[in-house]
Design a protein around this ligand. Structure first.
Ligand code: ADE
Length: 256
């Protein structure tokens, strides 16, 4: 039965972070706008619109605004990968953002560093309601699907022993973080930072401006250090889409 109170916009930056979802859609219809394919249909009983934003804050903001205005989504979800910004957060772990900051926003001396001008905000909180369902969906995925859905070879390659789920601060910027020194600078600015990526806080700003509830869920693909590009590519190829697919499947089943 369709869950009529929702229309979820589901964004990922890259195809590998969302692969498989649209093949599960019933009554899928594709609309191409702004060089992106928006695929609308029914995913496990939930009306959804799936789209790939490509990388970065501008690309993801344009995509989020289109989902809200043209497709009238009720909720927005970003699913993808991120670099770890904390030793407790390991490759294969999942981070659900409780709040998001744009680490490259700096309009000093006009406004305080990191503040989004004229909003009075630097950190945007995500939706606690969806986050609760996401946490349950991701926990069930790790407990019940990981061993069957991810090959032993990949589990060994990426040392996916007992992946954990974290909730906290994610920082976004138009920069792939690939050095320990750069990550340390970010940690000075945000000691509570759990993960870095390139889209979530931009989507958060757009959702704030349109009053649309949103969540960001990220699987850790790398440690944002000198090896991050190699780890990132290999991880998204072999693991990322499996996490996204099964977490989304379980989320749709859980939604009331
Ligand atoms: N997404 C995944 N890994 C990342 C990194 N190291 N920096 C920025 N975005 C990322």
């Amino acid at each position: 039965m369709e869950k009529k109170s929702y229309r979820f916009g589901i964004i990922s930056a890259l195809q590998e972070e969302q692969a498989g979802l649209i093949t599960q859609m019933l009554n899928a219809k594709t609309v191409t706008l702004g060089k992106r394919d928006y695929v609308q249909g029914n995913l496990w009983g939930v009306d959804c619109v799936c789209v790939l934003s490509r990388l970065g804050k501008v690309a993801s903001s344009a995509t989020a605004a289109m989902l809200i205005e043209r497709f009238e989504v009720s909720h927005l979800l970003f699913t993808g990968v991120a670099g770890s910004a904390d030793p407790e957060v390991r490759v294969g772990d999942i981070v659900i953002a409780s709040e998001l900051v744009q680490h490259d926003m700096d309009t000093r001396p006009l406004f305080p560093r990191f503040e989004i001008p004229l909003t009075g905000l630097s950190r945007f909180p995500s939706d606690t309601g969806i986050n609760r369902y996401l946490l349950e969906a991701a926990s069930s995925f790790l407990e019940q699907d990981l061993l069957t859905e991810i090959s032993e070879e990949s589990r060994l390659d990426f040392n996916l022993q007992q992946p954990r789920i974290h909730q906290g601060l994610i920082a976004s910027g138009d920069e792939f973080i690939a050095s320990v020194a750069r990550l340390q600078e970010l940690k000075v600015d945000f000691p509570d930072l759990l993960a870095v990526e390139m889209e979530g806080a931009a989507v958060a700003q757009v959702c704030h401006e349109f009053d649309v509830p949103f969540s960001v869920i990220r699987t850790i693909s790398d440690n944002a250090n000198e090896d991050s590009a190699v780890d990132f590519l290999s991880f998204i190829r072999h693991v990322a889409s499996v996490y996204a697919f099964h977490t989304m499947r379980r989320l749709c089943a859980l939604l009331p």
